[in-house]
Design a protein around this ligand. Structure first.
Ligand code: HEM
Length: 500
């Protein structure tokens, strides 16, 4: 009798343990009355994404219409995540109650990746707030204006490159990545990376950062959705070769600059970091030692060039497949800029249609799919009473938000007019957030926009942009976490018959 009792007891225990291992707490959202994406045993709700069958932003985005709720849940393996969809709630999380959500949900483990974890993107509050305040002067409006001549030099290289390739199919994503690399490296470090002239090491480092290999995608996926895999396999977010290259270049430039003395007129990133270090800046045990200096340089480079390149490439694509928009934009550029002169900041700022076109690109193809936050203390949502538990990852999905027909009717269409003075003022707050929102929004927004606008202006002043026979429209996104078009973005450039 005892024997049978023991067997039944052990069998029940085994079933329970197995059930927990496979299904975890998959009733977590149900118990709280939150609609959720049904999980698959063990893997959770993102199996299709993890297996490379769907772009994460588009995959999560499709559920915006399925649930009539200000939020919905999903499971990454067994961990519950909350996606917030209601603009008021997004405003509450990103701005109003920011202190309860100040950190990005992203692995930040100094033992596994000391460089990335100490960079502005990954570092946790309160060190984050202190660091952000210190780095902000590098990307202030006054500094951005001083960067115009530097960007113009990179623009000239871009123009030469297109001139050499007129009439041929040009992969504009790669072209835009070269240009954005040159701009960010020159503005941050004062170095010419010359990506158009040779397969420069900065460009190679960029490719290592943003490549779409299986391993790269797995690492990016794990940093957001499978932190345990990061810990078990000690995944470094960025390839060691890329880190080493940037470290060497950065420190060499840093030391040379330190020896020659800081020129206060030229407050690029290196000079700002030298000043901070000389002032003995330190907060809560966080010091600007060499590793932490390199971390900031690498973070700005890696966060900046891909997003800006993606925005530029998709803008060029949309201009090629919407010739009426291209024509209208060229007319505006023609009316504002002089033929024989470089571009100036006020010209760029004064072009309303240019701003509308770039804004519409960032609505249709936000370079970053999700805004990630982590709940830092149990938090009761005022409007519904749901308590978000401490440690819960919160997502705002830009592909859901920007394609929501209630806010952007005919959302699949490229319509810069959505952002005209008349229409733009009707856009509901926090339904259009390509740079995120609140204190932790993109620090490089002004530089990113400026470099995109200057390139578009220079290209349209000199060339017409046309489809190639291999251009795919509508664009399909690859299933990788980094936003990329399937089959690339091939286009052709022609000289304008009447130059201006
Ligand atoms: C068109 C170009 C760009 C787009 C669309 C873009 C988009 C974004 C987005 C969506 C975020 C997350 C914001 C949030 O969590 O609320 C972000 C963060 C960030 N971006 Fe950008 N970005 C661009 C250009 C740049 C550039 C040029 C730089 C640097 C030179 C840069 C540096 C950063 C950094 C460091 C962060 C983390 C900020 C923090 O946590 O305090 N970005 N960006």
């Amino acid at each position: 009798m005892l024997y049978w009792f023991l067997i039944i007891f052990l069998a029940t225990l085994l079933v329970k343990v197995l059930h927990h291992f496979i299904f975890g707490n998959y009733d977590y959202w149900k118990k709280r009355g939150v609609p959720y994406i049904q999980p698959k045993p063990f893997f959770g709700s993102l199996v299709e994404v993890a297996l490379g069958g769907a772009h994460p932003g588009k995959y999560i985005g499709q559920y915006y219409y399925k649930f009539n709720s200000p939020y919905f849940g999903f499971f990454a393996f067994k961990k519950p995540y909350l996606v917030i969809t209601d603009p008021e709630l997004i405003k509450t999380v990103l701005i109003r109650d920011f202190n309860s959500f100040a950190n990005r949900h992203f692995v930040s483990d100094k033992k596994i990746d000391p460089v990335v974890s100490n960079g502005l993107f990954a570092i946790k509050n309160p060190v984050w707030r202190w660091l952000r305040q210190k780095l902000s002067p590098f990307l202030s409006l006054a500094k951005i204006k001083l960067m115009v001549p530097i960007i113009q030099e990179c623009n000239d290289c871009l123009k030469d490159y297109i001139n050499e390739n007129v009439g041929k199919a040009v992969e504009v994503k790669e072209m835009s990545a070269k240009y954005a690399t040159d701009v960010i490296v020159k503005c941050s470090f004062g170095i010419n990376s010359n990506s158009f002239k040779c397969e420069d090491e900065f460009r190679l480092a960029g490719k290592a950062l943003m490549g779409q290999s299986f391993m790269r995608s797995l690492k990016v996926f794990s940093y957001y959705y499978a932190p345990k895999l990061v810990k078990i396999f000690k995944f470094r977010f960025i390839e060691s070769s890329a880190v080493e290259f940037i470290r060497n270049v950065f420190l060499e430039t840093y030391r040379k600059r330190e020896e020659s003395g800081v020129n206060n007129q030229r407050l690029d990133l290196i000079n700002i970091l030298i000043k901070m270090r000389n002032e003995g800046a330190e907060f809560d045990g966080f010091k600007l030692d060499e590793d932490n200096l390199v971390a900031q340089a690498l973070t700005l480079f890696s966060s900046g060039f891909e997003a800006a390149a993606s925005t530029l490439a998709f803008t060029l694509h949309e201009l090629a497949v919407n010739p009426d928009v291209q024509h209208k934009l060229r007319e505006e550029i023609r009316s504002v800029t002089a033929t024989d002169k470089g571009l100036c900041f006020s010209d760029i700022q004064s072009m309303k249609y240019l701003d509308m076109a770039v804004s519409e690109t960032m609505r249709k193809f936000p370079a970053v799919s999700f805004i990630h936050r982590e709940c830092l203390e149990d938090y009761k949502i005022p409007s519904t009473g749901l308590v978000i538990q401490k440690g819960t990852p919160i997502l705002v999905g830009l592909y859901g938000l920007h394609y929501d027909e209630r806010h952007f009717p005919d959302a699949q269409k490229y319509k810069p007019e959505r952002f005209s003075d008349d229409n733009g003022s009707n856009i509901t707050n926090c339904t259009y957030i390509p740079f995120g929102q609140g204190p932790r929004a993109c620090i490089g927004q002004m530089l990113g926009i400026l470099l995109v606008k200057m390139a578009v202006t220079e290209i349209l002043r000199n060339f017409s942009i046309e489809r190639d026979s291999t251009t795919v429209e509508p664009v399909l996104l690859t299933p990788f976490p980094i936003v990329q078009a399937k089959g690339g973005l091939p286009l052709r450039f022609k000289h304008l018959s009447v130059n201006f």
